[in-house]
Design a protein around this ligand. Sequence first.
Ligand code: ZN
Length: 189
Amino acid sequence: MSVELKKELLETHIRAILELIGEDTKREGLLDTPKRVAKMYGEVFEGVGIDPETALTTTFEEDYEGMVVVKDISYYTFCEHHLIPFFGKAHIGYIPNGRVVGLSKFARLVELASKRPQVQERMTQQVADAVMNVLQPEGVIVSVEGQHLCMCARGVKKPGSSTVTTIKKGVFKENVALAEEFERALLRD
Ligand code: ZN
């Protein structure tokens, strides 16, 4: 199916949803909404079907023996249960085993993992797995904070609550001191 046809079908269905909730899709404010939403979906869901690992291109050899922490990577994604956003920050720490990747690639990794209907737990896991598979480091730790609009705007209505998910792999699993070093790095300005 062509991109154009897909966009057209999306518009048709978004218009149908608006009609089904009782809206008048002819009124000015809603006239171009199906078109805008279809266009937005193309952008915010562009990662569907693409393995997040593909973000980690161009790795290079480096004899660095310490921990690398890339923190405060902002992300915006969509809760796959309600299709409304959750967003926050991701933090990645790893200990290379002779191979590193350009730091901006971590931001790209988080972005690619977020451009699909998601759950925070899986996104955290996907980011950790990607670093582990591509760089084969001594270990990796990924921590993600998220505010879920489905928690704030509907159902239990708990604004301000946030969810933290953490995955540890390799040396981070057994070595508590390393996980603490990561935590300290997150606290630094
Ligand atoms: Zn939800």
